[in-house]
Design a binder for this molecule. Structure first.
Ligand SMILES: [Zn+2]
Length: 481
């Protein structure tokens, strides 16, 4: 084969790799066509929904989709078929996948105070898609299609345990220049849909206030603070670059604008706040799951983290990790048989009995532990009717696991059905609207039972009154019940 053919081949590759950016009109080096981009997003959409299930409120979904589609219609890629999903997570987060898949958590929606702020969040995410930030990032990394990498590249919130439980790695979106561009586009889309682009600054303020609040909370709990939208090191009120790009959108505003505050509050009245019944609730170091009729308590010094596929227990010095998973019994006839299926090898240990459930406990060696090396584990499977619950407790050495076994057995022994008190604990909290009467202060409205530590500050956060403002007379505010 001669040189000439080789050159033709290189030229073809370069042409395919150069796409016109829908926002800037410039040519980007994007190694992906629009069809590939849509296919990529579609393939990752179902994986996202496993981690972030859809929030079960069709009216709210339709409302968010309606606002999102109106933004899309005025955007740089109105031809792209966008989907908007409200996901059942208390995380304060919104994110986008290439191809037009936009997600917003009910967690962040609780803190927004108007339709315009919601449109600001959606517009920002639409901006990431129209400017092809995710695609550019994935092209730069090579198209791996690994969900973790995608979420890492496309999230705006603070994931601390969703992608890899136990790790404290925080993710801070796309980098300052892409975030600023998404804010600029979000503001432009707000203006295009007849809203005040300044609401984009309010959205950034909502995130910044979360960060400031977490500083307060972290000091109280003696831990490192989390960071939301970490790229905004300065407060949005003092952020000149942010204000510049937002104000530039003012030229698009046609006339008077309605923020849609009452409409928005009405839509989120009754929305689940914090953990949901569907995913189970952690209170006072115990886990309560109403649909599964199940409770389990962490031993002293252990904390519980919940994810859609498992519960994770971690001890204070992180020398022990235990996960609890549930599955249908299927064809298996005993706890030992379930365990052998899970482990993929014969196990040998002892029969156990826990709160009327038959079970089996054995020691195994895991080829890979959370410490990225082989290590010992205690595995206990309990059978209740057609369900099998399996605890897998791992440590770094036999000696360490030996020390942890009494605590592990106590936690296994706490697995039980819900009693009346447990059923009450398993109920989710919900947002409720209340009109401030007389000279009611935020102090008198903050329910410490429902909001916990720093209840007054939490109520302020919910209502855009952080850090020290009081509600106006007759103001409609969100409370938690
Ligand atoms: Zn962003």
């Amino acid at each position: 084969m001669g040189k000439r053919v080789w050159w033709v081949f290189v030229l073809a590759v370069l042409l395919a790799g150069c796409a016109v950016n829908p926002v800037t009109g410039d040519r980007d080096l994007v190694l992906m066509s629009e069809q590939q981009e849509i296919a990529l997003g579609a393939s990752q959409h179902s994986a996202v929904l496993q981690q972030y299930p859809i929030y079960d409120d069709p009216a709210l979904q339709a409302y968010v989709d309606g606002i999102g589609q109106a933004i899309v219609a005025q955007s740089h890629r109105s031809n792209l078929p966008f989907t908007f999903s409200v996901v059942d997570s208390a995380d304060i987060n919104a994110f986008a996948l290439p191809g037009g898949y936009i997600y917003i958590t009910r967690g962040i929606m609780a803190y927004l105070n108007s339709e315009a702020e919601l449109a600001g969040v959606l517009g920002h995410e639409v901006g990431h898609v129209t400017a092809r930030h995710g695609v550019r990032q994935q092209s730069a990394q090579g198209v791996t299609g690994v969900l973790g990498a995608v979420l890492a590249a496309s999230t705006d919130g603070a994931y601390n345990d969703v992608i890899s439980a136990g790790s404290q790695a925080l993710v801070s979106g796309y980098g300052r220049s892409h975030e600023l561009e998404a804010d600029r586009l979000g503001a432009e889309y707000l203006a295009n849909t007849g809203r005040n682009p300044e609401r984009m600054i309010d959205v950034v303020r909502v995130l910044k206030d979360q960060e400031l609040f977490d500083l307060e909370l972290a000091a109280l709990e003696g831990r490192e603070p989390r960071r939301y939208h970490a790229l905004f090191a300065t407060h949005p009120d003092n952020d000149k670059r942010l204000q510049e790009v937002i104000r530039a959108a003012n030229r698009f505003v046609a006339g008077a604008t309605d923020d849609g505050r009452d409409r928005y509050l009405d839509m989120i009245d009754g929305m689940v706040f914090g953990e949901s019944e569907a995913q189970g609730i952690i209170r006072n170091n115990a886990f309560y799951h109403l649909p599964m009729d199940l409770t389990v308590r962490a031993a002293d010094g252990w904390t519980i983290q919940n994810s859609p596929t498992r519960l994770l227990f971690v001890n204070a010095d992180q020398t022990g990790v235990m996960q609890l998973t549930a599955r249908a019994l299927g064809d298996a006839t005993s706890a030992r048989a379930v365990q052998q299926e899970l482990v993929g090898a014969p196990v040998s240990g002892r029969e156990v009995r826990v709160n009327g459930m038959r079970g089996y406990e054995s020691r195994i060696t895991l080829p890979k532990t959370p410490w990225n090396q082989p290590g010992p584990a205690l595995v206990t499977t309990l059978i209740r009717e057609d369900q099998a619950f399996t605890f897998l407790a791992a440590s770094q050495s036999d000696a360490q696991l030996g020390r942890l076994i009494p605590e592990v057995r106590r936690m296994v022994g706490s697995l039980n059905r819900l009693d009346a008190a447990g059923r009450a604990q398993a109920r989710a909290r919900r947002l409720s609207l209340q009109r401030v009467t007389g000279n009611q202060s935020i102090q008198s409205l903050a329910d410490t039972d429902a909001l916990g530590q720093l209840a007054v500050q939490r109520l302020r956060l919910l209502n855009g009154l952080y850090p020290d403002r009081e509600p106006a007379a007759r103001q409609l505010i969100k409370v938690v019940r």
